[in-house]
Design a protein. Structure first.
Length: 381
């Protein structure tokens, strides 16, 4: 069977629906429908949900608990919110309402294929880098730096896998800066930590046009458990195997969870501005996380944001204030930055040839190494 990579078991009693699925599956050239009598283990199980949905979903959960790699898609004449939520919680990957749309089936199969390929990448033994962005105080542009660093890494490499994690509880602005409306956030992970795997994670993250995969924070207070250090360790260990680069917007948080993230980070970028009180805060913050053993001093990078050549504090004075050499100086470009924020676009999309975008590109080149830079052409509409 040349070209066949995935085997599908169709448990759909409605003959019309069954035929529609078979047609869409066979047209892909890489999926093949197999019968239950065949000994071949299915990669994908497509089930029709009947009237007794609670019992059927419980049975599917038992199946998923035992299955190693099989995914499940559901089709149902009912699409009540409670059914969709329960299906998501037990690990169902796709849900098709009736009447079926062939293009939605093909899209779902393509997503399955991408998840499988990501999983293969995971098992190849690669380990991603964690770059945390930490504000020395509020209002220094931590989220702006995190978002645009993630985008710069994504657009400066051929096929990178980049994730962006927003740890600002309630006040996370990452979706606003990227003009996306995620259906999920890391609250869904803390509430379902026992089901966390590569496939579940892939469904929770939202992909931006630049290729960055975003895991936002909750936008409101709810009953989701807070992300504990143990939960974050589990999540980041998984993400390191799935993504080449994980950018984490820590905001100004220094609780136990944030400190565990600092411990797991390859680099921590501490954001400061040309202000003596801010530089003093930066000095104390860096000394604290280094002296208490959360991270080695050489892995802490000081970033001076919104730099003005005619500012009251010179670069040499700034370095003296923080007690460490500056790793990255981002020029002040208020109009471009505000234009990007207000339009919900990364700086790269708003002013690709601006000084501030060049600053991000130059730092990424320094961070990743010149030999790893292969800028790809991207078109945005």
């Amino acid at each position: 069977m040349p070209g066949i990579k995935f085997f599908v078991n169709l448990s759909v009693k409605n003959q019309e629906l069954n035929t529609e699925f078979k047609t869409a599956i066979n047209e892909t050239g890489v999926f093949k429908v197999i019968s239950q009598e065949e000994k071949q283990e299915p990669d994908l199980l497509i089930c029709e949900l009947g009237e007794n949905y609670e019992e059927e979903l419980n049975n599917l959960q038992l199946f998923l608990d035992k299955a190693d790699t099989t995914e499940i898609f559901l089709v149902s004449k009912r699409s009540d919110p409670e059914i969709l939520i329960q299906a998501l919680r037990i690990g169902i990957k796709e849900f098709f309402p009736v009447p079926l749309k062939p293009e939605l089936i093909k899209d779902a199969l393509n997503r399955f294929k991408k998840r499988y390929e990501k999983l293969q990448h995971t098992t190849s033994g690669s380990s991603g880098k964690i770059y945390s962005i930490l504000g020395s105080k509020g209002g220094v542009g931590t989220t702006t730096v995190a978002v645009n660093l993630a985008v710069s890494i994504a657009v400066n490499q051929e096929n990178p896998s980049v994730a962006l994690l927003d740890m600002n509880i309630i006040f996370g602005d990452v979706p606003i800066l990227l003009d996306i409306s995620p259906k999920h956030n890391w609250g869904d992970i803390t509430q379902n930590i026992e089901r966390l795997d590569e496939f579940f994670l892939a469904n929770i993250l939202t992909e931006h046009a630049t290729g960055v995969h975003v895991l936002p924070s909750p936008r409101y207070l709810n009953n989701h458990p807070s992300p504990t250090p143990t939960i974050m360790e589990t999540l980041l260990d998984l993400m390191k195997n799935k993504y080449d680069y994980i950018i984490i917007d820590l905001g100004q948080s220094m609780n136990e969870t944030a400190l565990r993230i600092v411990q797991m980070s390859d680099l921590v970028h501490v954001i400061a501005i040309q202000s003596l009180p801010c530089l003093s805060n930066t000095n104390r913050l860096v000394n604290s996380i280094v002296e208490y053993g959360y991270i080695d001093k050489e892995n802490v990078k000081i970033v001076l944001n919104r730099y003005l050549k005619k500012g009251m504090v010179s670069l040499s004075s700034a370095e003296e204030g923080v007690g460490k050499k500056l790793s990255w100086v981002i020029p002040n470009d208020y109009s471009t930055t505000m234009s990007a924020i207000n339009s919900g676009k990364p700086l790269y999309q708003v002013a690709q040839k601006s000084r501030i975008v060049k600053s991000f590109n130059d730092y990424v080149e320094k961070l990743l190494g010149v030999e790893n830079i292969k800028r790809k052409k991207m078109w945005f509409f």
